[in-house]
Design a protein. Structure first.
Ligand code: MRU
Length: 347
C-alpha cells in the first residue's frame, strides 16, 4: 500500500486545521496549521490547499475550528459571518459552498442547544464530510479503472489526485489503483499552465505511487493523440452542471476538443458533491479570474513578460457535455444523456 499524504486533517487537540502547503511541492513537504479565519482564507486563495473536494473538506474543518471560539451569545452571527467569508474566497468549485452550507445548516438546525453541543456536532459533521469523500474517491477510482485496459496510456490535466481530494483522488484514482494492483497503465501529464499543477503535483503524486508518467507541455497533447499515444483523457471537475457541462482547470476543454478530433474518449471523474443540479448549464457556472501575475512571473526565476502587460487569467473552463464520453461517479459510470441520467442518479 502506498503511503498517503494527509493533505487536510484536524490537529489532535482540534484547535487547528492542518494542511500540506501545496505551493511548496514538489520541493518541500511542509505541513502548516491554520487557526484564524484570515489564515484559512489566505490558504484557499493562495492555493496552499486546493482541488474542489479538498477545499470543501478543509472549509468544513475550518467552520468547526472557528466555532470553538464563539461564545453562546455571539454564536450564530459569528458562524454566519465566517461561513459567508469562507465561501466568498473562490467561486467555481461548488464543494466549497456546499460543505460550508452543510455545516451552517446543521448548526442552525440545533438552534436552542448549548453552544458546546453544536460545536461538537460540527466536529462530527466535518469528519463525516471527510470520510464520505474518502469512500467516494475509492469508488470513483474503481469505476474509472473499469474503463481502462492494461497497456493503456492516459492523458491527465491539472491535479485531481489525493492532494486535491482525499486518499485516492478522482482523476488520478484509477492510475493509483492500477499501480497498486500491478496493472500497466501509463500517463502523460499536462504541465497545466499557468500554475503548473500537473508538473508540480500530479507528476509528484504519480511518481511517488510508482505510476509510469511522462510530463508534457499542454500544447503537446494534440501531437501525442495524433500519434496514437493516448487511449483516454482523465480529468477531475470543480462543478458539473445539470446538463453534464464540466468546469475544470483551464485547458481541460481544449484537451477534450482535441480528443474528440482524434476519437479519444474523455472521462470526467467526480464525486456527487461536485454535481450542481441547481446550475442548468456550464454558462451558469461562475469562472474565477486570478491575478495576471500567475502568467507574468509566478514560477519563473524572473518575470517572463514585459512589466505591466495586460493579462487575462481565467482559472477554469467549461467542457461541453457533448465532448464527454462518460462521467465517473461513486455510483458508477454515467453516460449521455446527462441531463436525464445525472438527475435520475443524484436528483
Ligand atoms: O484551482 P484548483 O487547483 O483548486 O482547481 C481544481 C483542480 O485542480 C482541478 O480542476 C481538478 O481537476 C478538479 S478537483 C479534483
Amino acid at each position: 500500500m502506498r503511503e498517503t499524504v494527509k493533505n487536510v486533517a484536524l490537529s489532535s487537540d482540534g484547535s487547528a486545521v492542518c494542511i500540506v502547503d501545496q505551493t511548496l511541492l514538489p520541493g518541500e513537504l511542509r505541513y502548516v496549521e491554520l487557526r484564524d479565519r484570515e489564515g484559512m482564507y489566505e490558504a484557499i486563495k493562495a492555493l496552499r490547499v486546493r482541488g474542489a473536494p479538498a477545499i470543501g473538506i478543509f472549509a468544513a474543518y475550518c467552520v468547526y475550528v472557528l466555532a470553538r471560539g464563539y461564545t453562546a451569545e455571539e454564536f450564530f452571527p459569528r458562524l454566519d459571518a465566517d461561513c459567508d467569508y469562507l465561501i466568498s474566497c473562490r467561486p467555481t468549485a461548488v464543494n466549497l459552498s456546499r460543505q460550508v452550507e452543510r455545516m451552517r445548516a446543521l448548526a442552525h438546525a440545533m438552534d436552542g442547544c448549548r453552544a458546546a453541543e453544536i460545536t461538537q456536532a460540527l466536529g462530527r459533521e466535518a469528519k463525516a464530510i471527510h470520510e464520505e469523500d474518502i469512500a467516494m474517491c475509492r469508488a470513483i477510482s474503481e469505476a474509472g479503472l473499469s474503463l481502462l485496459h492494461p497497456g493503456d496510456t492516459v492523458l491527465t490535466h491539472c491535479n485531481a489526485g489525493p492532494l486535491a481530494t482525499s486518499e485516492y483522488g478522482t482523476g488520478l484514482g484509477p492510475l493509483l489503483l492500477a499501480a497498486e494492483r500491478g496493472v500497466d497503465i501509463k500517463a502523460y501529464v499536462d504541465e497545466t499552465r499557468p500554475l503548473l499543477q500537473g508538473a508540480r503535483l500530479t507528476a509528484w503524486e504519480l511518481q511517488n505511487a510508482g505510476v509510469d508518467c511522462t510530463l508534457i507541455c499542454d500544447n503537446m497533447a494534440a501531437l501525442a493523440m495524433k500519434q496514437g499515444r493516448i487511449q483516454a483523457v482523465l480529468a477531475g471537475c470543480d462543478r458539473m452542471a445539470a446538463n453534464g457541462d464540466a468546469a475544470n482547470k483551464i485547458g481541460t476543454s481544449g484537451a477534450a476538443i482535441i480528443a474528440a478530433h482524434y476519437g479519444v474518449p474523455v472521462y470526467i471523474l467526480l464525486p456527487s458533491s461536485t454535481i450542481d443540479l441547481a446550475c442548468p448549464t456550464g454558462a451558469d457556472i461562475p469562472i474565477e479570474e486570478r491575478d495576471g501575475e500567475e502568467i507574468r512571473s509566478l514560477w519563473y526565476e524572473k518575470p517572463m513578460a514585459p512589466a505591466g502587460v495586460k493579462c487575462w487569467d481565467p482559472a477554469f473552463d467549461v467542457t461541453d457535455h457533448s465532448l464527454i464520453t462518460a462521467v465517473v461517479t461513486e455510483k458508477g459510470v454515467v453516460y449521455p444523456p446527462y441531463d436525464v441520467n445525472l438527475r435520475q442518479l443524484f436528483g
